[in-house]
Design a protein around this ligand. Structure first.
Ligand SMILES: [Zn+2]
Ligand SMILES: [Zn+2]
Length: 183
């Protein structure tokens, strides 16, 4: 059994206002603080950032169906040039929370179908899955980011087109010096 849900937790929704008759519906539009660790290694929702919930809670015979979207700011680092990325992600949710005594709850695993706990449901696991799916594993600051020169680490945007680190043959270098002194 998971730990009991805290009704004050930002992503725990109370369904008390929702009549337990199939078809009944309530809208939930509010903001909530993002939990920590929401995202992937290179890009994630900052802990404590404001999430905008735009959800519908619908009574169905087996439980409560939650659908809608959550908008969240994301911050990360470009995988090619390490520049910071700030963006917004909008994820769609559609998750059934089964009544603990429903046939669905009796015939499925808690891993497969979420459960209501009393009148409470925890949006966090579903949101976590949706955010991870929506975020790129290799985020880039822009699609054509050229990255950094592997020799000097300077962004290719800031380097001339002919930038290179090809070792100059010392004899040519000497010649260059002579030419320079002649001028
Ligand atoms: Zn970049
Ligand atoms: Zn370089």
């Amino acid at each position: 059994m998971p730990a009991h849900l805290d009704p004050r937790a930002p992503l725990v929704l109370d369904t008390r206002e929702l009549p337990r008759s199939p078809g009944a519906m309530r809208e939930v539009r509010r903001s909530a603080q993002a939990p920590g660790d929401l995202g992937v290694e290179l890009i994630s929702v900052p802990a404590g950032a404001e999430l905008a919930l735009d959800l519908r809670l619908q009574s169905v015979s087996e439980g409560v169906l939650v659908s809608g979207s959550v908008t969240a700011p994301v911050e990360g680092e470009c995988g090619r040039c390490l520049r910071p990325i700030s963006d917004t992600v909008v994820v769609d949710l559609a998750e059934l929370y089964a009544y603990p005594d429903s046939t669905t709850a009796e015939t499925t695993d808690e891993e497969e179908v979420s459960r209501l706990e009393g009148d409470l449901l925890d949006l966090e696991p579903a949101l976590r899955d949706a955010v991870v799916l929506a975020l790129p594993t290799n985020p880039v600051c822009r699609a054509d980011c050229p990255g950094l020169c592997s020799e000097c680490g300077v962004h290719w945007d800031d380097l001339p087109d002919d930038h290179s680190h090809e070792a100059v043959d010392p004899r040519w270098a000497a010649l260059g010096k002579i030419k320079a002194s002649e001028e």
